[in-house]
Design a protein around this ligand. Structure first.
Ligand SMILES: NC(=O)c1ccc[n+]([C@@H]2O[C@H](COP(=O)([O-])OP(=O)(O)OC[C@H]3O[C@@H](n4cnc5c(N)ncnc54)[C@H](OP(=O)(O)O)[C@@H]3O)[C@@H](O)[C@H]2O)c1
Length: 270
């Protein structure tokens, strides 16, 4: 059972990554219990120590969010021990085109669909039953500005992030009568291992701790949709008002090559 000090229980996927670590530290304070989820336990342990030194409590769960059965089993077990109040589906992966702008590999395309979309659905589905029963909770989905305006060099990434936005809008309507709020977050370029592999212009790039602060504030305010930084999000909103062929003219500066993700082997099953 929950100890006396812990009040708000948060599940955070992708906790070992740039945004995940920054967000965990940003959220950590006495009364907060964070379940840190990612595949790599070695990178989660120091983070757990760090949030404990900030007065928070928590645990680590080395789980691949593509493994629905294992993830659901873990989340149901966690929810019995520590009723989940907030689930933050943050884990994600990127990939881009092949060399000389050839197509994405099938493995890259599948992996992005499996982690960025199916993994998000697995995460939410595993956490929602208890919230619905208790009639309280918050679902936070980390999408991307690329989900609002697709980047030409990142087809599957953009599509999965757009899918997460659509999924979030649907969840909001479905879950509102159950007292569960939904917050969709769309960051621009944030300095992390993921963006380090993004070789191209990254206008308005911001440090992960600054992004995490803005994300925490949006979560606390229970915003339905928060896209940032403001200027880039505004530019995309205006671009989306134009006919697509005209709007595309403004995408000229966004060519990018995405380096291979070292955490995934180059095989069809990864
Ligand atoms: N950085 C940016 O500029 C930017 C901009 C917009 C949106 N975003 C989004 O923000 C989120 C975090 O990105 P980031 O920049 O922090 O990336 P990152 O540093 O590469 O971290 C990605 C995180 O996802 C986890 N992950 C990857 N595959 C997983 C799997 N199959 N199962 C469980 N966890 C998995 C990784 O941990 P393991 O490898 O240990 O599993 C890691 O913790 C992503 O959804 C990304 O799309 C980032």
């Amino acid at each position: 059972m929950m100890n006396g000090a812990a009040k708000t229980v948060i599940v955070l996927t992708g906790a070992s990554g740039g945004i995940g670590q920054a967000l965990a530290r940003e959220l950590a304070k006495p009364g907060i219990y964070i379940a840190l989820v990612a595949r790599d336990e070695k990178r989660l342990q120091p983070l757990l120590d760090s949030i404990k030194s900030q007065g928070a409590d928590g645990e680590i769960a080395a789980i691949d969010i593509r493994d629905r059965e294992r993830l659901h089993q873990y989340l149901h077990d966690l929810d019995e021990r520590y009723p989940i109040e907030i689930v933050i589906a943050n884990a994600g992966v990127t990939a881009g085109l092949g060399s000389n702008r050839t197509r994405e590999t099938d493995a890259d395309s599948d992996r992005q669909i499996d982690v960025n979309y199916r993994g998000v659905v697995n995460t939410v589905a595993g956490a929602i039953d208890g919230m619905q029963f208790r009639k309280s909770g918050q679902v936070v989905l980390v999408s991307s500005l690329a989900g609002m305006r697709a980047l030409p060099d990142m087809p599957s990434y953009s599509a999965t992030k757009a899918a997460v936005i659509a999924y979030g809008h649907s969840l909001r309507g479905w879950l509102k009568p159950f007292g569960i709020s939904v917050t969709i977050l769309c960051p621009g370029f944030v300095t992390t291992p993921m963006s380090a592999r993004h070789k191209g212009a990254k206008p308005f790039e911001m440090p992960a701790d600054k992004a995490a602060r803005m994300m925490r504030q949006a979560i606390e305010k229970k915003k339905s949709f928060y896209a940032f930084p403001f200027m880039l999000a505004l530019g995309i909103r205006l671009q989306n008002l134009l006919p697509p062929k005209i709007g595309d003219l403004f995408l000229g500066g966004f060519e990018a090559e995405i380096e291979q993700d070292p955490r995934y082997r180059e095989t069809a099953d990864n």
